[in-house]
Ligand binder design. Structure first.
Ligand code: URP
Ligand code: ZN
Ligand code: ZN
Length: 456
């Protein structure tokens, strides 16, 4: 047994000073002045005790054809752990054309088993629909894959009828469909036009994916979801004020079951990063936007209009894979690291700068993602019966984020040199200390596959 003594326990409804007794990997009891028995005591005085982070948008070992993300399930989850994230739900790569839904699930079990050091689940990926797709989906649902992602852009994009079918099926099963919302045709046209005009610098990555084309796709998804009987719809990596405005309007019309995620990079950086010498580091889809978008996204978080902050962690080496785009942005693999930085950046830029409350921080980094993807109350919350996934966080200290101190296999961080308020001192996974002062002290393969339930 372990006791966390005298910490400031943070939940989505407030904070209180108390003790947490952990038994067999779970939170057994929470109270004031619990008497210590035969147990290991961790002194948490003056520290926040936060629920371990739940990052529901990572891409470990992602094969994008022109490159492969450089974090596998070992290095990527060590990075997650050191950054205070104890659960990930990974978005898998597309499989071969026409493959059954289970093809990629099997592949991902192979990639993660024996490697992951935090608990993990997988979102299924929908890349076509045939006569077997929905019965395969029902089988996968029984195996704990209760969410499926559809892309509105890229090679295996879904058409509107497929989106409608996916939403209806997820509504019937109690699952969650997640969508990458960008208008494919206009973006494809603009990319081709820019290349033909010799406009191949990184800034044209942003110009080829205009904000309106995110807003259009968001609006289309919302209308289809409404027509499907207010079917659940989860929009990943929202980056624009105009997309958020569509969501506000749909909710104002009374539409229910809309879930929205953004990522730290869209809260912290704007498109001027594409003018820097190292602009390729910031090539991701959707692209970085304008300062007005950043501001709107912070407001969206503060007003509970955005439920989740994920990362879209999808790292490629700046010195290697990213250089494919040095003469032409369209040849650059899209994506950037973030799983190690998310909790620290959001606390520092959000809570310490008083843009969001501590309770909101806990909601968007742990509780809401766990609820949306069928992991609650096992994950995402500090209460008896939940897994003892905890962070001891010292809010009084500062640190400077730098690649030198990071565990991801990638060769850069987007946040190099950023001073952040707060420091992660310890991370516990199911009651075991797995990170101590930025050192990973757990074991390769200790992460468990999470059989997820229905969404809440
Ligand atoms: O640029 C990005 N975001 N790459 C990862 C795949 C995706 O669209 O989420
Ligand atoms: Zn995406
Ligand atoms: Zn992604």
């Amino acid at each position: 047994m372990t006791m966390i003594k005298g910490g400031i326990i943070v939940t989505s409804s407030g904070t209180f000073t108390g003790d947490i007794r952990i038994k067999e990997g779970k939170i057994f009891k929470i109270g004031r002045n619990l008497s210590a028995g035969e147990e290991k005591v961790i002194d948490a005085e003056g520290r926040y005790v936060l629920p371990g982070g739940v990052d529901v948008h990572t891409h470990m070992d992602l094969d994008v054809g022109i490159a492969r993300a450089v974090d596998d399930f070992y290095t990527g989850t060590v990075a997650a752990a050191c950054g205070g994230t104890t659960t990930i739900v990974d978005h898998m790569a597309f499989g071969p054309k026409g493959c059954p839904l289970g093809h990629q699930v099997e592949e991902y079990h192979r990639l993660a088993d024996g490697k992951a050091v935090v608990d993990y689940g997988f979102h299924g990926v929908m890349q076509h629909i045939d006569e077997n797709t929905f019965s395969e989906m029902e089988e996968l649902f029984q195996e704990g894959i209760t969410s499926f992602k559809g892309y509105l852009t890229y090679d295996y994009k879904l058409d509107d009828a497929q989106i409608y079918e996916l939403m209806r099926k997820m509504k019937e099963l109690g699952g969650m469909p997640a969508f990458h919302a960008e208008n494919h045709d206009v973006i494809t046209f603009l990319r081709k036009q820019f290349v033909e005009q010799g406009k191949t610098q990184p800034m044209y990555h942003a110009k080829s994916r205009p904000a309106e084309m995110e807003a259009e796709a968001v609006a289309r998804l919302l209308k289809i979801a409404h027509y499907a009987g207010d079917a659940p719809v989860y929009i990943v990596h929202l980056s624009t004020e105009s997309g958020l405005q569509e969501i506000r309007e749909a909710r104002a019309r009374g539409q229910k079951n809309i879930y929205v995620e953004t990522c730290p990079q869209y809260l912290v950086f704007d498109e001027s990063m594409y003018l820097r010498e190292d602009a390729l580091k910031y090539i991701m889809s959707p692209p970085l936007r304008k300062e007005t978008d950043e501001k709107a996204l912070w407001e969206g978080l503060a007003r509970d209009e955005i439920q989740v902050v994920g990362t879209d962690h999808c790292p490629f080496h700046y010195a290697v894979e990213k250089q494919k785009g040095k003469d032409d942005f369209t040849a650059c693999p899209n994506g950037a690291p973030g799983v190690e930085e998310r909790m620290r950046v959001l606390y520092s830029e959000g809570v310490a700068k008083e843009r969001i409350s501590l309770s909101q921080f806990v909601k968007v980094t742990a509780e809401n993602p766990a609820k949306a993807y069928g992991l609650y109350p096992k994950k995402g919350v500090i209460q008896p019966g939940a897994d003892a996934d905890l962070i001891l966080f010292n809010p009084m200290e500062t640190e400077v984020l730098t690649k030198k101190n990071m565990r991801s296999a990638v060769d850069y961080t987007l946040y190099e040199g950023m001073q952040v308020q707060g420091r992660i001192e310890k991370v516990l996974l199911r009651g075991n200390v797995i990170v101590e002062e930025n050192e990973f002290i757990g074991e390769k393969g200790q992460g468990e596959f999470l059989v997820r339930g229905k969404s809440r």
